[in-house]
Design a protein around this ligand. Structure first.
Ligand code: ZN
Length: 184
């Protein structure tokens, strides 16, 4: 059945489709995240965003459509998970002063999805006063972030990185998390 549909596209002169890619990370805007993985018959159907987020539109053969649809599904899941991660992280930040226990849990949930150092740096700066007045909360935050950071590099998306680069990046992040939350 699927093959028939592909043949139908092909007979009507459709040789290629196009897929939109952005880099799913902490500062990719929600509009670009919503385009991630989308497939179109015409590359001009995608908006040219020019907003500083990376964006690429790549062609593929009509015969590969089923495979690319599957890939699109995984890409959309990743983009949605990133939005959920941001929601948890910002709720945790807002809650920290009033309900540190609740906030720690949310930071942990958010970190299970993904963890980005620039956000931890911003958190340490924004909450500097609170954290220096509550060293115990600060220490526990540091431990949560360290644990999630070491998990991060075992995830499939980092497996494609060269081993050396992954190890260096992991160590560098660990040092930075200790500086920010677990000072000696
Ligand atoms: Zn964008």
């Amino acid at each position: 059945m699927r093959k028939l549909i592909l043949l139908f596209y092909w007979l009507f002169g459709r040789r290629r489709f196009w897929q939109y890619y952005t880099n799913v990370t902490w500062n990719t805007c929600p509009e670009c995240l919503s385009l991630h993985g989308r497939i179109a018959a015409d590359p001009n159907r995608f908006p040219r965003r020019g907003d500083g987020c990376p964006g690429e539109i790549l062609p593929f053969s009509v015969w590969d459509l089923p495979e690319y649809r599957e890939k699109a599904r995984r890409m959309r899941d990743l983009a949605r998970a990133e939005l959920e991660r941001r929601r948890l992280f910002s709720r945790a930040t807002a809650l920290l002063d009033e309900d540190p226990e609740g906030a720690l849990q949310l930071f942990d949930q958010s970190g299970k999805i993904e963890l980005y150092l620039p956000e931890l740096e911003r958190l340490a700066e924004e909450k500097a006063e609170f954290l220096s007045a509550h060293p115990e909360v600060r220490r526990r935050l540091g431990e949560i972030f360290l644990a999630r950071w070491s998990e991060k590099f075992g995830k499939p998306r980092y497996e494609v990185w060269p081993e050396k680069m992954r190890v260096e990046r992991e160590k560098w992040g660990e040092r930075r998390i200790r500086e920010l939350f677990l000072p000696r």
